[in-house]
Design a protein around this ligand. Structure first.
Ligand SMILES: Cc1cc2nc3c(=O)[nH]c(=O)nc-3n(C[C@H](O)[C@H](O)[C@H](O)COP(=O)(O)OP(=O)(O)OC[C@H]3O[C@@H](n4cnc5c(N)ncnc54)[C@H](O)[C@@H]3O)c2cc1C
Length: 413
């Protein structure tokens, strides 16, 4: 095998698969009077998942997808493959600090109805999202190579890639291979990487009271606890706790864990019962110094990893995918080389500042609401209740949660 592609996407996670689908969709749908051949796109993915079986229990690994992400998936023609009985919309968010009761006026509540929206987003299983996007890539004529990246050489005209099944060449390589990105390392792009010293525990739980299609989140002095409402009435929890606390939580029996969960949630949803295994994710933050070199661009977790407390990782990555795909398609229409550094730099300038803004905000939430006890933390805790009283400030936060602010790629508008 030594095939030549226009674009080779390394990593068919949700972000890489979405970039590939947008490129295939955009290049087969020219909308112009002159014809240009559709892009030849290949995705390198050693672990392609199957969609969860119909009727099987919902998986605990889910993402909260924003309105912008929904629109991007529609632009990639993958939304119809995602939406179905396994996907639940959430209509409200209730956020509070442990110093107040969940039902008190000190809790911050965002309601989709208040801003004239049908919902604030959707809770989607990771596997369903990834499988749907890869299925759409195959449907649009993209190649999915079931192999891992072993080596990479950037030449003046092409990048040549060694994989476990042979070599491939492409005019542009997109590194979408996650936080431990081999592409990032092989092309010599450096990153700031730091431990949060926290571990996120993910599990599915049954709750005594209905989740009311609401995402619930409690900030505590040693972490955050979120209940994401699933379509079948259960909830997926993401409990980010200091490492020693998380180790103890994973090691205890299901009954002991439920007791701790009831304490940590202040019984906001009544008493809980564990329905799945607990899976632990050690948390790191990562910010690549540069996102691009000649003929190579990083997107998604390969370029930046943020704390899961705001549920923004995939949402930021899908915006990267849409921004990069848009610029590549424009370059192609203007007969520019899509792998040229000047094209890729436009992507870097666009997305790096947007990601830095979101990442700083998320880190501040972690530092002052989930961990701090000093005067700034007290102010931040009071701030939750104050935001609640101003419709204008609330609207600002809701539009950020919907992902419909900032410089949006066309696919997200
Ligand atoms: C506990 C937790 C909860 C989260 N909740 C949310 C949420 O609610 N909302 C949200 O938006 N985000 C959330 N996130 C973040 C989200 O999961 C990530 O941001 C997202 O998975 C990144 O997608 P990606 O496609 O960039 O990378 P990944 O999902 O890591 O995919 C990378 C892909 O690359 C492939 N790969 C790796 N190495 C190679 C190689 N050498 N060759 C070829 N392929 C390779 C892998 O097989 C994989 O398929 C959460 C994260 C955690 C830890």
């Amino acid at each position: 095998m030594n095939d030549i592609f226009d674009v080779l996407v390394v990593g068919g996670g949700p972000v890489g698969a979405c970039a590939a689908a947008l490129l295939l969709r955009g290049s087969s749908d020219n909308g112009s009077s002159y014809s240009i051949a559709p892009l030849r796109v290949c995705v390198l993915e050693p672990n392609r998942p199957q969609s969860p079986l119909e009727g099987s229990a919902l998986e605990s690994r889910v993402v909260a997808m924003s309105r912008a992400s929904e629109r991007i998936l529609k632009s990639a023609s993958a939304w119809d493959r995602v939406l179905g009985p396994r996907v639940g919309a959430y209509e409200r968010m209730r956020i509070w600090h442990e110093s107040v009761a969940p039902s008190s006026s000190g809790a911050l509540v965002f309601d989709a109805a208040e801003v004239g929206e049908p919902n604030l987003g959707y809770i989607v299983e990771n596997r369903l999202l990834q499988a749907a996007l890869l299925d759409e890539v195959a449907h649009l004529g993209g190649r999915i190579e079931p192999a891992g990246l072993l080596g990479l050489h950037v030449g003046p005209e092409f990048v040549t890639v060694e994989t476990s099944t042979g070599s491939l060449s492409a005019r542009l390589v997109i590194g979408a291979d996650g936080a431990k990105s081999a592409v990032r390392q092989l092309v010599g792009l450096t990153a700031d990487i730091a431990d949060f010293n926290e571990t996120a525990i993910v599990a599915t739980v049954a709750t005594g009271r209905s989740h009311e299609k609401t995402a619930w989140q409690r900030f505590m002095r040693n972490g955050t606890l979120a209940f994401l409402p699933l379509a079948d009435g259960a909830s997926s929890i993401v409990w980010s706790a200091d490492n020693d606390v998380a180790t103890a939580l994973v090691g205890m029996s299901a009954a002991e864990f439920a007791t701790e969960l009831d304490r940590a949630s202040d019984l906001a949803l009544g008493s809980t019962r564990l329905l799945s295994d607990r899976v632990a994710f050690p948390l790191q933050r990562l910010a690549a110094h540069r996102y691009v070199v000649h003929r190579c661009a990083l997107i998604g977790d390969a370029a930046h990893v943020v704390h899961p407390l705001a549920g923004q990782g995939v949402n930021l990555g899908l915006l990267d995918a849409a921004a990069l795909a848009e610029l590549i398609l424009v370059a192609r229409r203007e007969r520019e080389d899509p792998g040229a550094l000047r094209v890729l730099r436009r992507y870097e300038r666009w997305r790096k500042s947007e990601v830095a803004f979101m990442s700083t905000a998320i880190n501040a939430f972690d530092r002052f609401l989930a961990h701090g006890s000093g005067p700034i933390s007290k102010l931040a805790q009071r701030g939750l209740g104050l935001v609640n009283r101003s419709q204008e400030v609330k609207r600002f936060f809701v539009s950020r949660a919907l992902g419909v602010t900032g410089e949006l790629p066309r696919a997200a508008r």
